[in-house]
Every structure is written in structure tokens, then in C-alpha cells.
Write a protein that binds this ligand. Structure first.
Ligand code: FES
Length: 92
């Protein structure tokens, strides 16, 4: 293992998915109750769709949750006469 040691906590943000938390951490609910204290690796939901929050249940795949923005379309495009016209985001 790399880093500060085997028990050092780490958090990895998965693209389009949960936060993977490893190491010695306490995860508590909104009342301060300790959740699943024996796990050393947990996946925390950040899409809001999980039925077992704060843990991930894989629902992010069904909802199409994205943490990475798709390529942005230009706000304006130029035609061959270099006139400004509304881009795809500017059309109604
Ligand atoms: S991140 Fe997986 S269900 Fe929300």
C-alpha cells in the first residue's frame, strides 16, 4: 500500500459513480449513528438515486448520472458568411 499507511483513509471519486472510501473512517448517519462500522471500503452515493443512502446501490448506472461534462457545444456558430447565428443551445 502507498501513502501514509494501511489505515490511512482515502477517498476516490469514480467517474460517473460513487465516492470510494477506504481505510479507518467512521461513517455516521444524520443522527450520528455509526453505519456499518466493520467495513473498510465503502461506496458513497453522490447521485442521490440510491435506495440505501448514503451507500451506493448501483442506481447511478440506471439514471445516467454524469460527473464528467459532455463536450460543450459552442454557444454560437459561424456560417460561411461569418454571420453569427445561435448555436444549438441558443435555439428555442
Ligand atoms: S452513486 Fe451509485 S447509486 Fe448514487
Amino acid at each position: 500500500m502507498t501513502g501514509a499507511g494501511a489505515g490511512a483513509p482515502s477517498v476516490v471519486a469514480c467517474p460517473n459513480g460513487p465516492l470510494i472510501v477506504r481505510g479507518d473512517v467512521e461513517i455516521r448517519d444524520e443522527r450520528g449513528e455509526l453505519l456499518d462500522p466493520h467495513r473498510r471500503t465503502v461506496a458513497l452515493c453522490r447521485c442521490g438515486a440510491s435506495a440505501i443512502r448514503p451507500f451506493c446501490d448501483g442506481s447511478h448506472k440506471l439514471t445516467g448520472f454524469r460527473t464528467v461534462r459532455p463536450e460543450r457545444e459552442p454557444a454560437v456558430v459561424y456560417d460561411e458568411l461569418t454571420r453569427l447565428e445561435p448555436g444549438p443551445r441558443g435555439r428555442r
